[in-house]
Structure formats: structure tokens, C-alpha cells
Design a binder for this molecule. Structure first.
Ligand code: 3PG
Length: 214
């Protein structure tokens, strides 16, 4: 079954940068997401890398007006189900497995699966997926690598994440096969720990103003 692109595209096309969040303290989730929405980044990805991640997704989904919260680092069907039940609007996985593709078939919430190599991209394409995460972007070859995929994989678009920040984000967003990027630089740990929400809103506003070409 093809990717639920009609549900995924509005999220990814709505902003150039998707904040990738690791919630260390549950109480930070709502003010952090609120600060990002205020700065113009309504879609946020909360990674399932901390014990409170699912509760954080639930809180943001229920309490932050205008936010679309997604779940990141989803590795299996159990996490897919949990994240969807908590109110996730989209699911992000670092790679692609048959188990996740099966979960995506049975759960309404759309999947943005990861693929890096030509073979992985071709396998995802055969499953009907045309929008993919590219992770870890910088370590895997960066913007130059992605640029080399434009010609052989016409119609495939990527959301690169991993090692992207103010220094290189424009290189990625300039590519015709990059729909948006993901990154944690808009919510630095120090600012979150100190509750400096206004500064996070400023970082978000700067990121939200970046131009995309895809
Ligand atoms: C991740 O999933 O870890 C994201 O790619 C975020 O990476 P970053 O912290 O390098 O932005």
C-alpha cells in the first residue's frame, strides 16, 4: 500500500525545519512545543529516546493549540501503536523494516521511514514510499550525497536529519529533492533546561523563515 502522502505532505511542506526533540523532563514538553509553535514551527517530532516521550506526545497533542506532534525514533510496531494512540500525527523511523511497513498499513498515522543507500531507497520505492527520512545526514554524505540522488531518483524527496544546523541548513534546503530538514538546534538542551522559551521562539522564527526549493 502506498505511503499516506496526503496526510504527511501537509506536515512536511508546512515548514522548512521540523524540530527534533528529546524530552528529558516531562514538564518541559508543553512550554517547549508552545514556544516552537509561536515561532512558526507547528510540527514537532518528539523522539522515543527518553522514558517520558510517549507522555510528552500525549500532553503536546492535547494541550498545545496549533501543534502537530509526531513521534521519532520509532523502531517497532509496539512503539508505532503507542505513539499513534498518544496522539501522534506522524511517525518517523531512522530506517525501514517490514514490521514498520506492516504497522503503517494497519494504523492511520502516516510513516516517514528512513533510507540512505540506493538499494534502501529502491526498496522503499517498491513499497510505494516517495518521501523518506535521510539519516544520519551529515555522517552519511551530507548535501552532496543527496544531490547525487536527484537524477536517479526523480520523484523521491527527503527530510534529512542528523548534524544539520545554522551552518549547513541552507545547503540542504537548496536541493530540489529536499522537502524539509529535521534538527535539534532550534531547541538546545541548555535553553530547555533553563526554561528560556523566548529564546527558543526566536530560534524557531529564524528557522521558519528559511526558504525551501522542493
Ligand atoms: C536525530 O534523530 O537525532 C536527529 O537527526 C537530530 O539530529 P541533530 O541533533 O544532529 O539535529
Amino acid at each position: 500500500m502506498p505511503q499516506k502522502i496526503d496526510r504527511l505532505l501537509p506536515v512536511l511542506q508546512g515548514q522548512p525545519v521540523i524540530p527534533v526533540l528529546k524530552i528529558n523532563r516531562l514538564a518541559d514538553a508543553v512550554p517547549l512545543a508552545t514556544a516552537l509553535v509561536k515561532g512558526g514551527l507547528p510540527a514537532v517530532e518528539i523522539t522515543l529516546r527518553t522514558p517520558d516521550a510517549i507522555d510528552a506526545i500525549r500532553l503536546v497533542a492535547n494541550e498545545v493549540d496549533g501543534a502537530t506532534v509526531g513521534a521519532g525514533t520509532v523502531l517497532n510496531m509496539r512503539q508505532y501503536d503507542q505513539a499513534a494512540s498518544a496522539g501522534s500525527g506522524f511517525i518517523v523511523s531512522p530506517g525501514t523494516t517490514q514490521e514498520l511497513l506492516d504497522a503503517a498499513r494497519t494504523v492511520e498515522v502516516p510513516l516517514l521511514p528512513g533510507a540512505v543507500t540506493p538499494s534502501e531507497i529502491m526498496a522503499a520505492r517498491e513499497e510505494g514510499y516517495s518521501v523518506l527520512k535521510f539519516f544520519p545526514a551529515e555522517q552519511a554524505g551530507g548535501a552532496e550525497f543527496l544531490k547525487a540522488l536527484v537524477s536517479p531518483f526523480a520523484g523521491i524527496r527527503f527530510c534529512p536529519t542528523g548534524g544539520i544546523g545554522p551552518k549547513n541548513v541552507v545547503d540542504y534546503l537548496a536541493l530540489s529533492n529536499v522537502i524539509c530538514v529535521g534538527g535539534s538546534w532550534v531547541a538546545p538542551d541548555e535553553l530547555v533546561a533553563d526554561g528560556k522559551w523566548d529564546q527558543i521562539t526566536k530560534l524557531a522564527a529564524k528557522a521558519a523563515s528559511l526558504a525551501t526549493s522542493a
